[in-house]
Design a protein around this ligand. Structure first.
Ligand code: SF4
Length: 247
């Protein structure tokens, strides 16, 4: 399934593709050497005031970016994709973090019920077509959630490897702009944020999960595994759910 549809290009952000490219070049020249809260602050309060959101999986490392964002603006809209295939522990953890960090604006997005009935009536699509399942349960709901926004913050990091190896701090996402404040952070930087703010860990981390997504597509990893995303779609030719191809 091609998730980069022409209508998405036309109806995405308020910029044209060319304007978004120029804007990223301009932003990179001014802010490209910043990271963490130092980068979040001007994006939220100056460059995209009211036009920026954030996505969070509320997975194992999510609390780090959520904490930095809460310190800049606890009212920032935060999109959470409830695929209806998540671990119950992720929902519990989300509620715990929202309370602890004082986040006020969580937008829980779910798949379109009619589309699920038509294309995944028994809830087993993940077993036959992961690309289509991720499209129905993640990409399309996120596309809806991003309506009205020109920019979004993500928690991706270069140390996750794969396609994230060369992740810039600021990049185009078609007609929108993605900001990656933790792109250059190392695992020890993430640990520091948890430690200094006494952030709770995702309950499944202690059970051997390094990166946590949907239940059917997330496995435990062997102790000592350095590939953070090794447990996602293990054994399949898939490393990303597709939401970061949204334009
Ligand atoms: S991660 Fe698995 S269950 Fe979740 S949306 Fe993608 S294919 Fe479906």
């Amino acid at each position: 399934m091609n998730v980069m549809r022409e209508e998405d290009i036309l109806t995405g952000g308020s910029m044209s593709l060319e304007e978004a490219t120029d804007r990223v070049a301009s932003l990179m020249s001014r802010y490209g050497n910043l990271q963490g809260a130092a980068l979040i602050e001007p994006m939220v309060h100056e460059e995209f005031n009211g036009k920026i959101t954030m996505t969070s999986s509320f997975g194992t490392e999510a609390a780090a970016l959520l904490a930095l964002v809460a310190e800049v603006d606890a009212n920032l809209p935060i999109i959470f994709l409830d695929t209806r295939k998540l671990f119950g522990e992720t929902h519990t953890y989300r509620e715990q973090l929202v309370d602890q960090l004082g986040l006020t604006n969580i937008k829980i997005m779910r798949p379109d019920e009619n589309k699920l009935k038509a294309d995944d009536p028994d809830g087993m699509l993940f077993a036959s077509d992961v690309a289509k399942c991720c499209y129905l349960r993640k990409v399309e709901p996120l596309q809806r959630a991003l309506t009205g926004y020109d920019a979004w913050l993500t928690g991706r990091k270069r140390f996750h490897g794969g396609e994230r190896d060369a992740l810039p701090a600021i990049e185009t996402a078609g007609t929108r702009i993605k900001i990656n404040p933790l792109a250059g952070y190392k695992p020890e930087d993430i640990d520091d944020i948890f430690e200094h703010r006494a952030l709770p860990r995702h309950p499944l981390q202690a059970e051997g999960f390094l990166s946590i997504g949907c239940m059917p597509c997330t496995d435990r990893v062997d102790p000592g595994t350095t590939d953070v995303r090794a447990g996602r779609w293990a054994g399949q030719d898939k490393t990303e759910c597709g939401i970061h191809y949204i334009i």
